[in-house]
Design a protein around this ligand. Structure first.
Ligand code: HEC
Ligand code: HEC
Length: 400
């Protein structure tokens, strides 16, 4: 793996850069690939199924090699968000609707490759290998970074503080009692632990809409089984898209993705587990460690919230925003790690209704760097008989 990546780096770099890197090669590989590998290996050595890597799935990957497909697609979302560009702004127009054409090179793609290597070199040379400089550090949502300070900005209204930003409070090592109390209040608000224990499973129907449906509502189904299994299917025009978490591993099989079945790793796996945990929140305190609170007050959609931050089993930082009054969860925000930077994702929950004495959100909107989507439930069957096959690795998706 290391050798392959090194070849990729040399291939993609200009000569001057190669020279600059020669002295620090081992560390440069670590910068490029470090975080995910470290996470993947520490979590469960030997027992993990091997994900398909970017260079195995795609035709023309020169720099972002040696990472799982889901993480590779995450880097594309990270680029898009950091530069406010659409996929086909860097790729050829024909790649819209034709995944194979994403392999074609364009001048902007070539520049982006050089930028990845530059990012790693800067972090290595000037910041001790800590990833403090990313595409967003310079680009801040622009295709070309600004060079000159703006007086309009300097004397204009202060920029909004993003409540999703994950902060680390000083001294937060163990879970704090205050944070655990907020989660206990949430468990109480949804019906209490005894009532939750009576909900073994549910089968739900509803609709899904997003960029991938041109915001038309399409049918969606959700199956969940306590304590932590979840599968969600959306019926897109191109074919079904299914995300499954079996209590341990997670997959997405979607006709809308470049690869018809993707094993989820890292922050995406943590996210799948978290979504399952939130369906039966009894496990929440167990799965999130280092729970802490004490963040500045945040109001979301008119709800004053209390914020708890914790760390998921794979290392992903998660913030949960609970309504101060009702105790119900109004947002989860998580930061998914990739080799180029952390991708933010949040889910906003609303329209809580009681199902067999347990309050569940019937409406949620998922927002991340590569699209926004809304799921609305119309019918939830509590304690439905859900077949175990619903939670096994899905078959690769086929396009209609
Ligand atoms: C800032 C430019 C940029 C943007 C925006 C961008 N990409 Fe890429 N994309 C690249 C680069 C660079 C590569 C090649 C990476 C490498 O060689 O390691 C690539 C490679 C790919 C590949 C692999 C193609 C192959 O077969 O080799 C796919 C698929 C892809 N991008 C999809 C997307 C999608 C989907 C989006 C929008 C969410 C997107 N890209 C946005 C720069 C970009
Ligand atoms: C240290 C600052 C810095 C970082 C980090 C950085 N860039 Fe850039 N990038 C620039 C500058 C400056 C330019 C524009 C140069 C110019 O105006 O010709 C640029 C230009 C680009 C361009 C070409 C834009 C155009 O219209 O020609 C792309 C694409 C790009 N960057 C992608 C990325 C990606 C992807 C990342 C993260 C992997 C990244 N950059 C990280 C500073 C940075």
């Amino acid at each position: 793996m290391k050798l392959q990546s090194m070849r990729a780096i040399r291939f993609a770099m200009g000569r001057a850069v190669v020279r600059a890197m020669r002295c620090s090669m081992g560390a440069a590989i670590l910068c490029l690939l470090g975080t995910t590998w470290a996470l993947g290996q520490s979590a469960n050595p030997g027992a993990k199924p091997k994900p398909q890597l970017s260079e195995e799935a795609f035709k023309n990957v020169q720099v972002l090699r040696g990472i799982p497909v889901n993480e590779f697609m995450g880097t594309m979302g990270f680029f898009s968000a950091s530069l406010s560009m659409n996929c086909i702004d860097c790729h050829v127009k024909e790649s819209a609707g034709n995944w194979a054409r994403y392999a074609d090179d364009t001048p902007l793609k070539q520049t982006a490759r050089r930028m990845v290597l530059m990012e790693n070199l800067i972090n290595r040379a000037d910041f001790g290998g800590v990833r403090v400089v990313t595409c967003y550090t310079c680009h801040r949502g622009f295709q070309r970074p600004e060079v000159t300070p703006s007086l309009a900005e300097e004397y204009g209204p202060p920029p909004m503080v993003d409540p999703d930003r994950v902060e680390t409070l000083p001294g937060a090592s163990d879970s704090s009692a205050a944070a655990e109390q907020i989660i206990d209040k949430f468990i109480q608000a949804v019906g209490g632990a005894p009532q939750l224990a009576k909900l073994n499973a549910f089968a739900a129907k509803g609709t899904y809409s997003g960029f991938d449906t041109d915001f038309h509502k399409v049918p969606a189904e959700i199956f969940a089984k306590a304590p932590d299994q979840l599968t969600m299917t959306e019926h897109l025009a191109v074919g079904a898209s299914t995300t499954t978490f079996d209590g341990r591993e997670a997959w997405i099989a979607s006709a809308d993705k470049p690869v018809p079945m993707i094993l989820l790793t890292g922050g995406d796996l943590d996210g799948a587990r978290l979504d399952a945990d939130l369906s039966f929140p009894a496990l929440l305190k167990q799965d999130l460690t280092k729970l802490h609170t004490g963040f500045p007050p945040v109001t979301l959609d008119g709800h004053a919230t209390q914020v708890v931050e914790g760390i998921a089993p794979g290392g992903t930082r998660v913030k949960l925003f609970f309504d101060k009054q009702t105790g119900l969860l109004v947002r989860q925000a998580r930061l998914i790690d990739t080799v180029v930077g952390l991708i933010p994702l949040h889910v906003d929950y609303s329209d809580y209704r009681a199902v067999a004495g347990v309050k569940m959100p019937f409406h949620w909107t998922t927002t991340w760097v590569d699209g926004q989507s809304t799921t609305e439930l119309t019918d939830v069957q509590p304690n439905a008989a859900v077949a175990a096959e619903k939670f096994v690795k899905p078959a690769p998706a086929t396009s209609r």
